[in-house]
Structure formats: structure tokens, C-alpha cells
Design a protein around this ligand. Structure first.
Ligand code: SDX
Length: 428
């Protein structure tokens, strides 16, 4: 007999089915709640609410487990390439040699951006935040590819849009940076792999030969893999709900980029470095800033700490922290911010306030220190997160469309005025 949940309302007992996932997670299926009882549920921030079922990513917040399509993140970060992981997330399995080569070569065919789009960049001020540029540029791609406006046109059309997005996002991101420096745009070089090509477009100059340390390319590959998907987080849920209206993929991803920008989400990686720089400038008094983070009267939060799901260490943070030491040593970078970050972590993890709230470093706490060592400017940190997260957003959108999920439209409980009569302005 499968498990059910009984709810007693107004003297009547209602029964609802319990569903169980492949990792033994359980949910009460309330799809029929309102029809049966007239009640809806209320769960601000969806802290207890599952919006969908998904076969893409599994994470266990208590155990600090993260797996993409069943593969542990630790293995993928160590052994895979980012493009391989992108294929895994989007198409469900690790690619064969032929599948990977076809995927990689198809991506290189679409790395150029329509020349007319360069005028858009020139209209932005140098101080434009690259996340604002990226979100608008991605949505603007839909205006150059009208056949993408119908997301259900065909599997081939869907795959072509997916390839175009994966191929063009690094170009758009690098050009947003070049536009801020007013340096000449660098066109993609198809002989480079995905990460090296992005670094080339970011840092190469037409007057010099481009050289990049393989350590930097490997670090970027690892960071992109660690950011590639994270089940139903804020930006992914945004991509899914925008896509559920049958808006095109470019518009859905553009919305995801905007959601990621927030300092409570992907924008935290920029906030962490700015916080560490503030603490450094203030003399490095970590205890003082931990006190501020605990003070309810003080709006300061320890950025890069805490997580809605991980009530144990974020497995990505562990990998990035270790990579920090390796990469900075290999690059000969001695960044005082790393020592401050480690001291901050140590003080916080011994403090009752953080322990009692299960607040641990998350993926954003150490990533900025690596980006800084790679020469990525602070304002580009969340753009790096977006490039890494793109395959996950695409995979989740594709799953939602293929499962023919209904348009997302949550309910509410109204708490406003009940009935009022219109009063002409002269009598108000
Ligand atoms: C990402 O969802 C994902 O998967 C996201 C992500 C992904 O890969 O997509 O993992 C990426 O967004 C990581 C999170 C990046 N954000 C930050 O680092 C910003 C700082 N962290 C917080 O703002 C906060 O921890 C959140 C937003 C991450 C989670 O917030 P919740 O789950 O809504 O928890 P909460 O704000 O209700 O906090 C619970 C308690 C509160 O104290 P009390 O009211 O119980 O007294 O913990 C406190 C909070 O004040 N708290 C913090 C804190 N985070 C939570 N106090 C100080 N510093 C912090 N960082």
C-alpha cells in the first residue's frame, strides 16, 4: 500500500498521495488540493514546495551531496571538460568521442555574433554593468533568429538555438567586458577550446600574440563545471517559469541572467570580494565584521555564507577552496584576501550564531578569489557564473518543455481591502 498524507479540515479527512523520487526524497502530491478542499497552501519563498520533478541534478543539503545526472560533482570537476558536462546535463548522458566532437565542432560554427549587434554594445556607457548588457543581448538574439520564437517548432530548431546560445554567450560576455575598457573586440578563434577561446576574447589584443597559462584554462574549466547546474534555484526557477509561458529560449535565459544578478544569488560572488576588500582596507579585523553580520540592527551580511538548501558544507565550496590554494600557488599569486577569507570562515564556523543556523561557506565564498587571480575583473564575476550555469538553465528549460509542463501560475492569499466605493478626487 503506497503512503498517503491525511489532512483534516472542517471535520472532513482528505487523503493525498505521497510520491518518492529515485533518491528517496518524498513529497505530498497536492495537485488536487484546491479542487478537493477549496484550500491552497502558502509557502513564501517556496522553502518547502517542489515545483516539478526533474532527472537532471540531485543535491542533498544535509549530506552536502551534489550530482549531475547521477555523476558526483567531485568526479566531474576532476575528470571532465565543461563542454562534456554541458552535453551530459542537456542530453542526459556523457557523450561518446563522436558525440563530443560533433557537439564541440557545431558550437564553434556559431561563436560569431551578428555584426549588427556590435552597434548595441557601442550604445552602452563604459560603466554599464556587464550583467545588464548580457541579459539584454541574450534577449536580443531572439530578434536575429525569428525561427526561435516558437520553442516547440522542432527538435532540430531547438538544438540549433541551444548551440547558438552555448556558442555566443562567451562572445557576448567578452565583448561586454571589452566595451567597458573601450578596447577592440576580439573575434572567436575556433582552434581554441571553449574556455581558452573565452579568455582569448577577454584578454587578447590585436597588437600582441596571445599567451595563457594552462593553469588558468584548467581553473576556468573546473569553475564552469562547478556552476553548471543546481536544481531549482532562483534563476533556474525563473528560466522554467518564463519558459512555461512558451516564451522562446533566449527570453527565458535572459530572465535567468537577470535573476542570477541579485546579491542574494549569483551576484554574491562580486559582493564577497567587495566585502573582503572592505575588511582588508579596515585593517583585517575579522571579529568586528563577524559581529556586524550577527547584529540584527546592522544590514551587513557575511556574503558567500549560508544557503537555502545546504545545511552542511556546499560541496562546491570545498572544491573551490582547495583549488584556490593550488591555483594561487601555481600562479605565484599571494592575495591577502584569501587569508582574510580563511580567517572569516574559521571564526564564523566556531561561532554559535552561524553554527545554530547551519551557515557555511557557499559556492560564492571562494570563487571570486580565483577569478581575481585569473585576472577577471570583479564586475565580471557574476557573468562567469552565468556562463557556467547556462547548460543547466538550458537542460532544465528543455526538460520542462519536453514534459509539456503547464504554465506556472502560483496562487495567493489576499489580505487587502475587501470592498470600497470610488470617491471623486475633489471629495478625497
Ligand atoms: C547561490 O539556491 C541555490 O542553489 C543558489 C546557488 C546556485 O548554485 O544556484 O547555490 C547559488 O545563490 C548561493 C547563495 C549566494 N548568496 C549569498 O552568499 C548571500 C548571503 N547569504 C544569505 O543572504 C542567505 O544565506 C541566502 C539568501 C543564501 C539563503 O537565505 P534563506 O535560506 O532565505 O535564509 P534566511 O535569509 O532566512 O536566513 C536564515 C537565518 C536568518 O537569521 P534569523 O532571522 O533566523 O535570526 O540565517 C541568517 C538570517 O539573518 N543568515 C545570515 C546569513 N545568511 C543567513 N546571517 C549573516 N550572514 C549571512 N550570510
Amino acid at each position: 500500500m503506497s503512503e498517503t498524507a491525511k489532512i483534516e479540515l472542517g471535520g472532513t479527512t482528505y487523503e493525498f498521495p505521497v510520491i518518492e523520487g529515485t533518491e528517496n526524497e518524498k513529497a505530498i502530491d497536492i495537485s488536487n488540493l484546491r479542487a478537493a478542499t477549496g484550500y491552497v497552501t502558502l509557502d513564501t519563498g517556496y522553502k518547502n514546495t517542489g515545483a516539478t520533478t526533474s532527472a537532471i541534478t540531485f543535491l542533498d543539503g544535509e549530506e552536502g551531496i551534489l550530482k549531475y545526472r547521477g555523476y558526483p560533482i567531485e568526479e566531474l570537476a576532476e575528470k571532465a571538460t565543461f563542454i562534456e558536462v554541458a552535453y551530459l546535463l542537456i542530453y542526459g548522458n556523457l557523450p561518446t568521442v563522436i558525440e563530443l566532437e560533433t557537439f564541440r565542432s557545431n558550437i564553434t560554427k556559431h561563436t560569431l555574433v551578428h555584426e549588427d549587434m556590435k552597434q548595441f554594445f557601442e550604445a552602452y556607457p563604459a560603466k554599464a554593468h556587464p550583467m545588464g548588457v548580457l541579459s539584454s543581448m541574450v534577449c536580443s538574439l531572439s530578434t536575429f533568429y525569428p525561427e526561435s520564437l516558437d520553442p516547440n517548432r522542432s527538435a532540430q530548431a531547438k538544438d540549433l538555438t541551444i548551440l547558438r546560445l552555448l556558442a555566443k554567450l562567451p562572445t557576448l560576455a567578452a565583448w561586454a567586458y571589452k566595451n567597458s575598457t573601450r578596447h577592440p573586440f576580439m573575434y572567436p578563434k575556433n582552434e581554441f577550446d571553449y574556455c581558452k577561446n573565452f579568455l582569448y576574447m577577454m584578454f587578447a589584443m590585436p597588437t600582441e600574440e596571445f599567451k595563457v597559462d594552462p593553469v588558468v584554462v584548467d581553473a576556468l574549466n573546473k569553475l564552469f563545471i562547478l556552476h553548471a547546474d543546481h536544481e531549482q534555484n532562483c534563476s533556474t526557477s525563473t528560466v522554467r517559469i518564463v519558459g512555461s509561458s512558451q516564451a522562446n529560449l533566449y527570453a527565458s535565459i535572459s530572465a535567468g541572467i537577470s535573476a542570477l544578478w541579485g546579491p542574494l544569488h549569483g551576484g554574491a560572488n562580486q559582493e564577497v570580494i567587495e566585502m573582503l576588500e572592505k575588511i582588508h582596507a579596515d585593517g583585517g579585523d575579522v571579529d568586528k565584521w563577524v559581529l556586524k553580520a550577527k547584529d540584527k540592527e546592522d544590514s551587513f551580511r557575511l556574503m558567500g555564507f549560508g544557503h537555502r538548501v545546504y545545511k552542511n558544507f556546499d560541496p562546491r565550496a570545498k572544491i573551490i577552496k582547495k583549488a584556490c590554494d593550488d591555483i594561487l600557488t601555481k600562479l605565484g599569486v599571494n592575495d591577502p584576501l584569501l587569508a582574510i577569507a580563511k580567517k572569516l570562515e574559521q571564526v564564523a564556523l566556531e561561532d554559535e550564531y552561524f553554527k545554530s543556523r547551519n551557515l557555511y561557506p557557499n559556492v560564492d565564498f571562494y570563487s571570486g578569489i580565483i577569478y581575481k587571480a585569473l585576472g577577471i575583473p570583479t564586475e565580471m564575476f557574476t557573468v562567469m557564473f552565468a556562463i557556467g550555469r547556462l547548460p543547466g538553465w538550458i537542460a532544465q528549460w528543455k526538460e520542462m518543455t519536453e514534459n509539456k509542463e503547464p504554465i506556472g501560475r502560483p496562487r495567493q492569499i489576499y489580505t487587502g481591502e475587501v470592498l470600497r466605493e470610488y470617491v471623486p478626487i475633489e471629495k478625497r
